[in-house]
Design a binder for this molecule. Structure first.
Ligand code: KIV
Ligand code: ZN
Length: 519
């Protein structure tokens, strides 16, 4: 890369983001997100951890074949088996990358039972092996921030000599501060032979709420690749949020004269899709993509914004793809109007998909007078969550509730066979969930049940998110309906379907702290 002011955006939503317990995505959802990232101008997409499961391998391979613009990377630990599997998955990409890592801090050396010299030898050997397979090799020093500085210089020098083309300096536990993040990059650039021939990357976790600040500080010190996820998705407090670093670089170009290749008008749609498919909703006051990020509630603010938008707005909603014409659609709106409205919201549908959504739209319009953008977005969530090919499908539901008690009667298809149950419960949702448990018994435990009204009004749709856990595996489901109980059961059943797929994976969900480090 010759342009020194260009910052590469490395998106790891599909790897570090998906590693977040419960943020399960289906194969199709991963492909869809990858294609959206590719179109948005992400430089590198980390598509998964190919050795982790057959599912991860299949997703990385397919994304590699389909990507048009982005480099496609896969993650691998520091051993030949991981690296070979990673190469198998990425090799068909127009621009493949092997990303290999090892934990270099004292506690990680203890886990891997390698002393400093043994680890150096391991890095030299595995990076050389990766480089013999692929011309683009990224090497990461996991927990770099808590690695002794002189040893960090030695491991980085070793990886560069062995052929790594990108060196990543992760703050794996979200411990660093902006000044330290910058100092470490500067120290490496000044002291490591060959440092000026590779790209330095910053990979920050958000445990202290510093991920964005730390990533930007690293850039000001010379890092030229930011690793991030959409909505800051990721285990614990998440990763650096892509939308935050990209918009900060754009808004404060005066202080940070760097550019990215991101088409920022695609941010909002990607944020919504990632929230929908991962089952991790965006907090209302989240920077850039939160529902309230551009709302001016107080009188003074509203007055100021009406007179001059720049009074309180440092960026425009349109910059991130928020369309300002929230014109209500209704039961008289036709297919063409729906198609164009959905397109405006970022959903470009094929004819068969449009037909399915149109039927749901009409059904919703019969129950709800005005359909707003938020309703349409929720409708898209619902159609993405439940399909006719699902193993479990909700067919019919009746609930009696009130002061005399609650009772539910449910009919479902289980692998194509109709089954029914009638149960009571502690409230209508509990009664319906008991029906599901009777029809399809599992050990799945409910970890989250969340209801959000999509718009104002008593006829508003509710979006329900359910997260389940069974034997260390997590899954989420979400659904929207004007009937909260129906949305609840659909979300619950959606999560069960995903858990079933998830259990076909080789290993339970594992973050990088629990995955085996045996090399
Ligand atoms: O947080 C971390 O250290 C990682 C590495 C694998 C890059 O995700
Ligand atoms: Zn990470």
């Amino acid at each position: 890369m010759t342009d020194k002011s260009r910052v590469l955006i490395f998106d790891t939503t599909l790897r570090d983001g998906e590693q977040s317990p419960g943020a399960t995505m289906t194969h199709e959802e991963k492909l869809e997100i990858a294609m959206l990232l590719d179109e948005m101008g992400v430089d590198i997409i980390e598509a998964g951890f190919p050795i982790a499961s057959e599912g991860d391998f299949a997703a990385v391979s397919e994304i590699a074949k389909r990507s048009k613009n982005s480099v496609i990377a896969g993650l691998s630990r520091a051993n030949y088996k991981d690296i070979d599997r990673c190469w198998e998955a990425v090799k068909n990409a127009a621009r493949p990358r092997i990303h290999t890592f090892i934990g270099t801090s004292p506690s990680h050396r203890a886990i891997t039972k390698l002393n400093q010299d043994e680890m150096i030898a391991r890095i030299a050997d595995t990076v050389t092996h990766a480089r013999n397979l692929c011309g683009d090799v990224q090497w990461s020093a996991m927990d770099a921030i808590r690695t002794e500085r002189d040893y960090l210089c030695r491991v980085v020098e070793t990886a560069i000599k062995a052929g790594a083309t990108t060196i990543n300096i992760p703050d794996t536990v979200g411990y660093t501060l902006p000044s330290e993040s910058a100092d470490i990059i500067r120290m490496l650039l000044e002291n490591v032979p060959g440092a000026d021939e590779v790209i330095f990357a910053t990979h920050c976790h958000n445990d202290l709420g510093m991920a964005t600040a730390n990533a930007l500080a690293a850039v000001t010190a010379g890092a030229r690749q930011i690793e991030c996820t959409i909505n800051g998705l990721g285990e614990r407090a998440g990763n650096t949020a892509l939308e935050e670093v990209v918009m900060a670089l754009r808004v404060r170009k005066d202080l940070m004269p760097y550019s990215t290749g991101i088409d920022t008008t695609k941010i909002m749609h990607l944020s919504r899709r990632v929230a929908q498919v991962s089952g991790f909703p965006v907090q209302y006051n989240k920077a850039i993509v939160g529902k309230n990020a551009f709302l001016h509630e107080s009188g003074i603010h509203q007055d100021g914004v009406l007179k001059n938008v720049e009074t309180f707005e440092i960026m425009k909603p349109a910059d991130i793809g928020i369309t300002e014409t929230n014109i209500a659609m209704g039961k008289h709106s036709g297919r063409a109007a729906l198609r164009s409205k959905l397109k405006e919201l970022g959903f470009d549908l094929a004819d068969n998909q449009l037909n399915d959504v149109f039927v749901r739209f009409k059904a919703l319009a019969d129950r709800k007078k005005e359909i707003f953008d938020e309703d349409l977005i929720a409708l898209m969530t619902d159609s993405a969550a439940n399909t006719d090919s699902d193993y479990l499908q909700v067919k019919w539901l009746r609930v009696i509730c009130g002061s005399d008690g609650q009772e539910a009667e449910l009919k479902m298809l289980v692998d194509g066979t109709e089954k029914s149950a009638k149960c009571s419960g502690d409230g209508p949702v509990d009664a319906v969930f008991n029906c599901v448990k009777e029809i399809y018994p599992t050990n799945a435990r409910l970890k989250l049940y969340q209801v959000q009204a999509v718009t104002a009004g008593t006829d508003a749709q509710a979006t329900v998110i359910v997260r389940l856990e069974e034997d260390g595996r997590f899954s989420s489901g979400s659904a929207a309906d004007t009937d909260t109980i129906l949305a609840s059961v659909k979300a619950y059943v959606g999560a069960l379907n995903r858990l079933r797929v998830r259990s076909q994976k080789t290993a339970p969900d594992a973050d990088l702290k629990t995955i085996s480090f045996k090399l």
